[in-house]
Design a protein around this ligand. Sequence first.
Ligand code: PLP
Length: 374
Amino acid sequence: MQQKWKTPYFLVDEARLVHNLEILKEVSERAGCKILLAQKAFSMYAVYPLLRNYLAGSTASGLYEARLGKEYFGGETHVFSPAYRNDEFEQILHYADHIVFNSPAQVKKYAKQAKEAQKSIGLRLNPECSTQEGHAIYDPCAPGSRLGTTLENLDQSIIPILDGFHFHTLCEQDSDDLEKTVEAVERKFGRYLKGKKWLNLGGGHHITRPGYDLERLIRVIHHLKETYHLEVYLEPGEAVVLNAGFLVSEVLEVVKNGISIAILDTSAACHMPDVLEMPYRPPLQKSGLPEEKVYTYRLAGPTCLAGDVIGDYSFDQPLKEGDILVFEDMALYTMVKTNTFNGMPLPSIVLQKRDGTQELIRAFGYEDFKNRLS
Ligand SMILES: Cc1ncc(COP(=O)(O)O)c(C=O)c1O
């Protein structure tokens, strides 16, 4: 990989992005569904014109993403928020085509206004069908979840004014879990789907992962379309950019405290917070599991947080100041989650084009840090 930019930087690989987009386009054509980009995972609007060739539009978690989607992505703009703000709703109507509400009370509060603005409105359902293991914070069906309306809380009086329904329950999952979820949705809410215009199956579909069962996904969508005669939407984030980005960083210093620790110019806490939140160990080029290769290091960030640790990795050669380390699968839930804790600089954003050339899309500086403070 070319190394000519100041580290750390995110490098998004257009060829890998297009590889994913082609898979998604094939799914949308074969299944007869529409696929939207969930901007919460990836909002690099410099590549939205490329994505727009393959996807039907974008989905947002609130006003700002809805505006970004409308202004830079085009196509359809959808929005879901657990609770809309009075002082923003009018603007949301300006940018979004589909508005998904989380509860019957939110529908009652905003439906008239949305309908007058000729928007399509829906309700997020909670089918209370957990299919995930291990990542409780990513399970919208966990007991006590605020996300989506359970059958018990469904106020039937709102059904006639709804154009569609939405559910989002998956995280990095295959289509067998979608199938189980659809069974639960049909069992509980099937009678309400009849006569509606659309059903949005949310995100969490790991469609572009090698080995993902595409045929089952397409079967499930065909089944829904044939049974209820509605438009089906998917709104993946991860699957759009899976394995399409890198975070390139440099070793600043190596210290010892029982183990060898390499301090990098990138931080888990600031640049890849999911590493700590989820938590997970990001893939790193030319490395192995601890002790698998001769030299094992703990890779850590330069902040004050003792737990700013990316993970333990082994290498064929000892690490030294100035070595470049390339973390993989760093396009998703990274750029959108960076922060400047400790005054950490934000990584630059670089695009590697299909012809192999690289373009610096954005570099950040002191002003970006300062502008978020007062
Ligand atoms: C409502 C909704 N839609 C779509 C997504 C995108 O999910 P993913 O990036 O896992 O595909 C999320 C993720 O949290 C979500 O909450």
